[in-house]
Design a protein around this ligand. Sequence first.
Ligand SMILES: C[S@@+](CC[C@H](N)C(=O)[O-])C[C@H]1O[C@@H](n2cnc3c(N)ncnc32)[C@H](O)[C@@H]1O
Length: 273
Amino acid sequence: MAATALAKVSRLKKPSVGQRIRGQAVPASFAPFSAWTDDLLQHMDQRDAWDRFYARRGRAGTPCPFDWFFGYKEISALLGSILRGLPHGRARILDVGCGTSSLGLELYRHSPSPVHVSCLDFSSPAVECLARLLRDSPPPCHPLSELDCHLGDATELSRCFAPGSFHLVLDKGTCDSVLRGSPLRAKRLVAECLQVLSPGGCLLQISDEDPDARVPFLETAGGAPVSVGEVAHLNGISYYAYTLSRRAPDASEVARPTEPAFESHRPGALSEI
Ligand SMILES: C[S@@+](CC[C@H](N)C(=O)[O-])C[C@H]1O[C@@H](n2cnc3c(N)ncnc32)[C@H](O)[C@@H]1O
């Protein structure tokens, strides 16, 4: 599934040098730099720093999505291709470290096929803001689509979700953040993402990290082959989609995720791990 989807993205290229802070691209909305954005960039693995960041954005006015790197549009074709390769029925998707990104919201709104998107972050100001955005969002294209928000730690996903709960786990910039603090915690994040995937399911990471560094890390952390393709090239920076798949099911196995361990939530409802 992942290989098919990635065949549609452009061939792998070396990243060019762009505006970066210690190896990570900086969202355009961060310029010009200030003390508070600098605070975040120095402490990207720490919940307090993200709380301060999202709380400050929340105080700035009407809630609006904030996307790291870029939004839904840039990877909607790739996501569509992955979703079309899934077993028939409602797709279970986890956006891990969702922040207040448009990714989960737009997928929920625009997917022509039914999706159940779970968005999880450890920052409560982010999760509360996302829940508000969801309440203000127009209804989804498909009446069976659902989105729920969860406050929790991405390195402890199995405390919240049963093994095999999801067809697809999305990670846009989250592993990058965790890696800044501790590679061991980042390995735990990858292992937990794979644990909650159903057999044949796919972990999709979006990152600006050079494949020379990310591929060996993911191969070690995930114990599975990694596919990579460039998905965007913005302001001189290359962005990559890395995918890892769980072992495909035998003919005797059913490639459907189990129902999640948590109760189903109304759109906008919050649950805390
Ligand atoms: C670089 S931002 C990306 C946000 C969002 N995915 C996007 O594309 O805009 C990293 C996000 O991961 C969250 N995060 C970092 N470490 C986490 C952890 N251990 N558990 C849950 N969320 C985490 C942060 O709160 C932040 O929202």
